[in-house]
Design a protein around this ligand. Structure first.
Ligand code: ADP
Ligand code: MG
Length: 229
């Protein structure tokens, strides 16, 4: 599903953000990407949705080498991916329903399918009662649920979440991660970058750890840190 080989990323200012990374992720996995600030987590995720290109190496996403796509093909890649950010990135002037409908109208989905699909994803994330609310009328957890609903509206094969709980309190963070786990159980591959060691330790998923751009650990049913004993 996802395969990186000998991938390095050097930003124009000379920062080596990823160094010779090799990672393989199968369909249906749930993977945490951990590491301190600046370790390269966002850079890794940006490679997958072709926000950036690697300086070296190949990046296969859903059987396609995304480094070979020309810019006109990038929107088709993005439709197969759901992307969620720490700061939600909802459109502030639109209510929840309109935020979701917007993503579908731009790709020409007909009104009846728009209604059905929005109804389905809002039910999945538990936000049906909030469909008329604007982002600034909702809690952080509700805004993130809305953003997750938007990410799911095209039935992506992969959900990419870059610190999805970075702005949320511990209880709400746990609920959001549980929602991502439910989405994974329904068949979507999930990659989540996070700082939240308690959640990582509790969920016992695969953990990929980056440090200064290098892959330093890749374990199944892992913890945020090495245990000492
Ligand atoms: P993380 O998400 O783990 O905090 P990032 O992938 O954002 O790490 O950053 C990795 C390194 O690359 C850091 O040293 C950061 O300062 C640098 N970096 C990130 N984005 C850019 C950019 N657009 N231009 C230059 N350097 C960048
Ligand atoms: Mg980051």
């Amino acid at each position: 599903m996802i395969n990186l080989q000998s991938v390095s990323v050097e930003y124009p200012n000379g920062v080596l953000a990823l160094k010779d990374i090799g990672i393989s992720i199968s369909k249906g996995e749930f993977v945490f990407v951990v590491g301190s600030t600046g370790s390269g987590k966002s850079t890794f995720l940006k490679l997958l949705y072709r926000e950036i290109l690697p300086t070296r190496g190949s990046v296969i996403v859903d059987d396609q080498d995304v480094t070979q796509l020309d810019s006109s093909q990038v929107p088709f890649l993005r439709r197969k991916l759901g992307i969620v950010f720490q700061d939600f990135k909802l459109l502030p002037q639109k209510n929840v329903w309109e935020n979701l409908a917007f993503a579908l109208k731009v790709i020409g989905v007909n009104p009846r399918d728009i209604r059905r699909r929005i109804g389905d994803v809002l039910e999945l994330v538990g936000l049906t009662h909030r469909c008329d609310s604007f982002p600034n009328q909702m809690s952080g957890g509700e805004q993130q649920r809305a953003a997750i609903a938007r990410a799911l509206i095209n039935h992506p094969t992969i959900l990419i979440a870059d610190e999805p709980t970075g702005n949320l309190d511990p209880g709400t963070s746990w609920e959001i991660m549980q929602l991502l786990e439910q989405i994974n159980i329904r068949g979507t591959t999930v990659l989540a970058a996070t700082h939240d060691s308690q959640i990582v330790d509790r969920m016992k998923k695969r953990v990929i750890q980056l440090e200064s751009g290098s892959l330093v650990r890749d374990v199944n049913k892992g913890m945020y840190q090495h245990s000492e004993s």
